[in-house]
Write a protein that binds this ligand. Structure first.
Ligand code: CO8
Length: 386
C-alpha cells in the first residue's frame, strides 16, 4: 500500500476529449443479434447435430439493467456495427503522422491547458496513463509531449482502470522531486480490445481521453485549484480481468500463422473477465481502501461532498458508496457518466470529476477513485482551494 498525506500538490485543471460517434444499446444489440442469426443460420446443421453451441442474442434491457450503460462513444462506429467486421476500423497512419492515441491525448491536454491558461513552457513532464498503449515504443507520452511542444520528459504507464489515480500519485511524486507541473493524460481506445461478438461483454466499453494538470501548491495557477489531501494505491493479483495480447503472441504458435484475434472467437487476446467475481471481489477492496484512506487523512465519510468513482457498473458504484457512507448515496454525491460513456477504463473517474465539480466551494472535499484489472485501486482525496 502506498500513500501520501501532505497537501503540497494541487490539481489545477482537467480536460476531456469525447469521440464524435455514439452507439446506443439498441444499435449495438441490433448488430450483435444480426451476427448471431447469421452464425446460427450458417451453422444450422452442426447446431442440430449438437456439434456447435448456438449463439444467444443480446438485449438493450439486459445491458441497462446489468450495467447502467445506455450508450458509448467510439472512434469508429461503422466497423463495429458491420457484422462482417465487428471491430472499429482504424486506418494505419504513416510514422510521420501523430498516432490516434496521442491525438486524443493531445486534444484532452489542450482542453486542460486552456482551462488553466497554461502554455507548453509551463509544463515539465507528461505521463500517459492508460489501459492500452497503441504501441510499445516510442512512448505515446513522448509523442504527446512533442506534439504539444513541451521541453521536458514523458513516459507511459499502465495500471488498467486505476491508471489515472496511479498517474496522479506519480505526478505528485515528480513534483515533490522538483518538477513544476505535470500533465497526466488518459487516452483510451477500449473499443479496439473488445470482442463485439461476445454478448457477455460487447456492451461494456467506450472510447475517450481525459487530462489532469498537477502543480506545486506554491505555483502560480489563477483559476480553480484542488489541493490533494492524500493518495492511496493498492494492487492484488487476479486473473478475473485479463487481456493476453502482447508481443510474445507472435512466438506462441507451434505451426502456421498466428490466430487473427478478430476472426477467432476463441481468442483470449481481447478483453475478458469473470464479471460476477470481479463485482464481488472489487467492491470490498475499494470500499475498504476509501474508508481507510479517509480515516487516515482525518476526514469523516459524511464530510465528503462527492465520490468521483470509476465507471464500470452502476450497481457496483452504488454498493461501494453505500459501504463507505453507511447509506445510499445520491446521484449528486456519486455522479454517473457510465450511462452516456460506458466504461472508459482509466478515464471514467476523471470524466466524472471533470463534469461534476463546478458547484464545489473552497473547503469542500471529494474523492477520486479508480479501480479495475490487476486488481488495482487508487484513491485521491482532494479539497477545493480556490
Ligand atoms: N444480453 C442478454 N443476456 C445476457 C447478456 C446480454 N448481452 N450477457 C449475458 N447474459 C445472460 C448470461 O448468459 C446469464 O444467463 P444465465 O443466468 O442463464 O447464465 C445472465 O444474463 C446473467 O449474466 P451475468 O452473470 O454475466 O450478468 P451480471 O448481472 O453479472 O452482469 C456485468 C454482467 C455487467 C459484466 C457485471 O458482472 C459487471 O459489471 N461486473 C463488474 C465488471 C467490472 O467492474 N469489470 C472491470 C472491468 S474494467 C478493467 O479494469 C479492464 C481494464 C482494461 C480495459 C481495456 C479495454 C478493453
Amino acid at each position: 500500500m502506498s500513500h501520501s498525506t501532505a497537501a503540497d500538490v494541487r490539481i489545477v485543471a482537467t480536460g476531456l476529449y469525447t469521440p464524435p460517434h455514439a452507439i446506443s444499446n439498441e444499435e449495438l444489440v441490433d448488430a450483435l443479434n444480426a451476427y448471431v442469426a447469421d452464425f446460427n443460420d450458417k451453422n444450422a446443421d452442426a447446431i442440430a447435430a449438437g456439434d456447435v453451441e448456438p449463439l444467444q442474442p443480446s438485449s438493450p434491457e439486459f445491458i441497462e439493467k446489468a450495467s447502467g450503460i445506455k450508450s458509448r462513444f467510439v472512434v469508429d462506429k461503422e466497423g463495429i456495427l458491420d457484422i462482417t467486421r465487428m471491430a472499429p476500423h482504424i486506418a494505419p497512419r504513416p510514422n510521420e503522422d501523430l498516432s490516434l492515441l496521442a491525438e486524443m491525448g493531445v486534444t484532452a491536454a489542450r482542453d486542460a491547458m486552456r482551462a488553466a491558461d497554461l502554455k507548453p513552457q509551463d509544463i515539465d513532464g507528461v505521463i500517459c496513463a492508460a489501459s492500452n498503449m497503441q504501441r510499445a515504443y516510442p512512448a505515446i507520452a513522448v509523442e504527446i509531449q512533442d506534439a504539444l511542444g513541451i521541453d521536458g520528459f514523458a513516459f507511459d504507464m499502465n495500471v488498467a482502470c486505476a491508471s489515472a489515480t496511479f498517474g496522479i500519485e506519480t505526478g505528485l511524486g515528480l513534483i515533490r522531486a522538483g518538477a513544476r507541473r505535470i500533465l497526466m493524460v488518459n487516452p483510451e481506445i477500449c473499443s479496439a480490445h473488445l470482442n463485439f461478438r461476445n454478448r457477455d461483454c460487447h456492451f461494456i466499453f467506450g472510447d475517450v481521453a481525459t487530462a489532469v494538470i498537477l502543480e506545486r501548491n506554491d505555483g502560480a495557477a489563477t483559476g480553480e485549484t484542488w489541493e490533494i489531501l492524500g493518495t492511496r494505491l493498492k494492487t492484488k493479483f487476479s486473473n478475473n480481468i485479463r487481456n493476453n495480447f502482447g508481443f510474445l503472441n507472435h512466438c506462441e504458435r507451434e505451426t502456421g500463422a498466428p490466430a487473427d484475434p478478430q476472426t477467432d472467437p476463441a481468442t483470449d487476446k481481447l478483453f475478458m473477465q469473470e464479471g460476477r467475481k470481479v463485482f464481488k471481489e472489487v467492491v470490498p477492496m475499494v470500499s475498504e481502501l476509501i474508508s481507510g484512506h479517509l480515516s487516515d487523512v482525518g476526514v469523516a465519510p459524511e464530510g465528503v461532498k462527492r465520490f468521483w468513482l470509476h465507471q464500470a457498473n452502476l450497481a457496483m458504484n452504488e454498493f461501494i458508496a453505500r459501504k463507505v457512507l453507511g447509506r445510499d448515496a445520491t446521484r449528486e454525491e456519486a455522479p454517473v457518466v457510465l450511462d452516456e460513456y460506458a466504461n472508459t477504463s482509466s478515464a471514467g473517474s476523471i470524466i466524472a470529476f471533470h463534469k461534476y465539480k463546478a458547484d464545489f466551494q473552497p473547503g469542500d472535499i471529494g474523492v477520486i477513485c479508480g479501480f479495475g484489472a490487476g486488481y488495482s485501486a487508487g484513491s485521491v482525496i482532494v479539497r477545493k482551494a480556490s
